[in-house]
Design a binder for this molecule. Structure first.
Ligand code: MSP
Length: 488
């Protein structure tokens, strides 16, 4: 039987159009999913929308729409983007769906039965942008530093979750790697938060109407972050279903650094409280700024992924998002680099290499003579090394590093071609067994590169594969060219 692999992205707020931050994480999870599917796993890749809360209700009101109309439109926008980016998600959960509400109700009932919920009063500052309470000391001149908004003072009755009770257990599970958080820097962040002795958190809101009712007090709705986390199980038809039994616990949650605390502390505590196993791995990628600045509506510097797709195409956009910085750290994406990298890596790099090899093969080779395997030991060695590193990078979710690895091989082949100079051999001796071997090796090497790039640039690699198949069947001649990434 196939081994299962359940991977999730965050569910995105239905509060505005998707930007490249959202595209980044979703492409990230998609590449890992594709790789795992190809490696024979039974993959379930979940993404979706986070559609409740006062921020969204407010935005809907500003747009003169009902919250439901508003989130429906945004869900369509996201779905359209995922289609254009070739995201092969197996499911799409929306927190306004009945299945989600049902799962959340079941989960909250179990929490209540576990005795971990108690009522109390809460007075504090609330930032609608964060959908969270914020401490005085974290404000910058009275404003939330992330949303540049003044928080509201809120005093209300809330129901609290007994988080403190679980902190020692969570810490132990993180240290023992039963709950694996990586990279290390993010794991240390989680451990530091635990050591700061954080307080219990409220799991309901009295004033937020756009939410899922709290079953034990009709005046309250469930705190949007709490129900959002539950999407990872509601999408599996929690609590009792074949799907749930098969896929839970998640093998990997992929998230951005700013939502670390919710995933590595709150979520595990909620799960332990209802006796569910914890996710196996949480990969927390760094956040990027754009041209050195945080992306924000106010600054108007959020890049629309659709613009990138229109300019560079879907595959190149996937590549360009993942290739500018290592997700192990925070990074910066420079808009001007997109075209530079496109031309250097894709047009003049991979595209040119493929074109060059195919046209030499058609020009100088006896085009049916592809050997069963690569002949040249030197290429074989380089390739084996490459595959080994690539596999371990992807299994560690280091996609930037995996891509770099493939490019070593692309450059290696460029050098190899220049050294062997098939055109000189052809000029000097015409057709020869030696030339045939070189050309056959090069085509086989391209096939390997296609395999490596496939999860990253699926459509272009499919196109390349078709071309190679035809080439191998002798169906092509020197007139046939594959133009993968035209220069921009
Ligand atoms: N709805 C919550 C998540 C709930 S998950 C149970 C949320 N939504 S969000 O729309 O704000 O999306 C946040 C996520 O988008 C980040 O965690 C990250 O995955 C991605 N990114 C948003 N901005 C980003 C960057 N600047 N850089 C990289 N990824 C970014 O939080």
């Amino acid at each position: 039987m196939k081994q299962k692999f359940y991977i999730t992205s965050p569910i995105y707020y239905a509060s505005g159009a998707p930007h490249i931050g959202h595209a980044f994480t979703t492409v990230y999870a998609d590449v890992i999913s594709r790789y795992k599917r190809e490696a024979g796993f039974d993959v379930l890749f979940l993404t979706g929308m986070d559609e409740h809360g006062s921020k969204i209700a407010q935005k809907a009101q500003d747009a003169k729409k009902t919250p439901q109309e508003f989130v429906d439109e945004l869900a369509e926008k996201y779905l359209d983007l995922w289609k254009k980016l070739q995201i092969k998600n197996d499911d799409f959960i929306r927190t306004t769906s009945e299945r989600h509400k049902k799962g959340v109700k079941e989960f909250v009932e179990k929490l209540y039965q576990s005795g971990d919920i108690y009522s109390g009063d809460y007075e504090g500052l609330y930032c609608v942008g964060c959908e969270n309470f914020i401490l005085e000391k974290d404000l910058a001149n009275g404003f939330c530093p992330d949303h540049l908004q003044k928080p509201e003072t809120i005093k209300e009755k809330n129901y609290f979750f007994n988080l403190k009770k679980y902190l020692p257990q969570i810490k132990e599970k993180i240290i023992s790697k039963e709950l694996e958080i990586f990279p290390e820097s993010r794991k240390n962040e989680s451990l530091n938060i635990i050591d700061m002795d954080i307080s219990d958190f409220s799991i309901t809101r009295e004033r937020v109407k756009w939410g899922i009712p709290f079953p034990y007090d009709e005046k309250q709705t469930i705190y949007v972050w709490v129900e959002a986390l539950m999407n990872y199980v509601s999408a599996l038809d929690f609590p009792d279903s074949e799907k749930f039994n098969k896929f839970w616990p998640a093998d990997a949650h992929i998230i951005g650094a700013e939502i670390n605390k919710f995933h590595t502390i709150f979520w595990p505590a909620l799960l332990i409280s209802v006796n569910l196993p914890l996710p196996k791995k949480i990969f927390i990628h760094g956040l990027f700024t754009v041209n050195g600045q945080k992306m924000s509506k106010t600054l108007g510097n959020a890049i629309n992924p659709i613009d990138l797709i229109n300019k560079f195409g879907s595959d190149a956009t996937r590549y360009l998002l993942l290739s500018q910085f290592s997700a192990l750290e925070h990074g910066d994406i420079k808009e001007s680099e997109f075209a530079v990298k496109y031309n250097a890596d894709l047009a003049n790099g991979v595209g040119n290499l493929f074109e060059r090899i195919f046209s030499m093969f058609l020009k100088y080779g006896d085009n049916k003579k592809i050997k069963a395997e690569i002949f040249d030991l030197e290429i074989k060695k380089a390739l084996d090394e490459n595959f080994k590193n690539y596999d371990s990078y992807i299994n560690d979710f280091k996609l930037f590093e995996a891509l770099k690895e493939v490019f070593y091989f692309v450059r290696y082949l460029d050098k190899y071609i220049n050294e062997k100079s098939p055109w000189v051999l052809h000029k000097e001796n015409g057709s020869s067994a030696e030339l045939d071997k070189i050309l056959s090796d090069l085509v086989l090497a391209v096939e390997k590169i296609i395999e490596l790039f496939e999860p990253f640039m699926p459509a272009k690699m499919e196109e390349s594969k078709d071309f190679v198949d035809k080439l191998k069947s002798g169906l092509l001649n020197t007139e046939n060219k594959l133009s993968l990434f035209p220069r921009i």
